[in-house]
Design a protein around this ligand. Structure first.
Ligand SMILES: [Zn+2]
Length: 219
């Protein structure tokens, strides 16, 4: 196990990274492509500029000219650059379907909504272009990333306002909106009430609920 880890660490260090998303067609990748080496199937994908198609290394399709080949770490990146998945080796099926992928992002946002989140930094974290993330998220969730982040921040703030005695300022900071005035504006826009008004109403509601509970018991 330890040797396996050491091995993969070495591989990572040896990879000649051009940037996050794309690698050079080095000799190792090129050999994998011409030998249809399935051992590399989860390591990279190759796209061919002249056909607009991308494949797994193991694909038995005709060997392309090396100068037309581009290497991608993830199928999502090739798709984002408008390469089509090869019908023969289905490189897209090796990757997560979009829905599962977006759900992973949602899960991540649900745990990190209090941090500074932008489309840009989320896209970097999940290794895609901001445009691709925006479009896919909207298609699957029916709203933008920003709308989703705002919604979870406001609904968490609502919970804190009604169930805690923390100040509005502290609650604003804790949900990732450190500017209290901005927080109030957003909150009011969503609920038609300021955070303080909302809190007062919720406390009143809670009181009358308990009083109502009492009278039902007495009846
Ligand atoms: Zn193929």
């Amino acid at each position: 196990m330890a040797t396996e880890n050491q091995q993969s660490q070495r591989n990572v260090q040896n990879e000649p990274n051009l940037d996050e998303n794309q690698d050079a067609v080095n000799e190792e990748y090129w050999q994998a492509i011409i030998q249809n080496d399935s051992a590399f199937d989860r390591t990279f994908f190759y796209a061919v500029e002249t056909t607009g198609i991308f494949c797994r290394p193991s694909c038995k399709s005709r060997v392309p000219n090396r100068e037309n080949v581009r290497i991608f770490k993830h199928a999502q990146q090739a798709l984002a650059e408008h390469f089509r998945p090869c019908k023969r080796c289905r490189p897209d099926e090796i990757q997560l379907p979009d829905e599962e992928w977006i759900n992973q992002i949602v899960k991540w946002i649900d745990c990190h909504y209090h941090e500074t989140l932008t489309l840009q930094n989320l896209a970097e974290r999940f290794h895609v272009s901001p445009y691709h993330l925006h479009r896919t998220f909207k298609r699957i969730k029916g709203r933008t990333v920003a709308e989703y982040v705002q919604q979870i921040r406001i609904s968490t703030a609502m919970k804190h306002l009604s169930s805690s005695n923390h100040s509005v300022m502290d609650i604003a900071v804790s949900v990732g909106i450190p500017n209290a005035a901005h927080f109030s504006t957003l909150f009011q826009k969503k609920l038609g009430l300021t955070p303080t008004e909302y809190r007062r109403r919720m406390k009143e509601k809670e009181r009358s609920y308990h009083e109502g509970e009492g009278s039902i018991k007495n009846a």
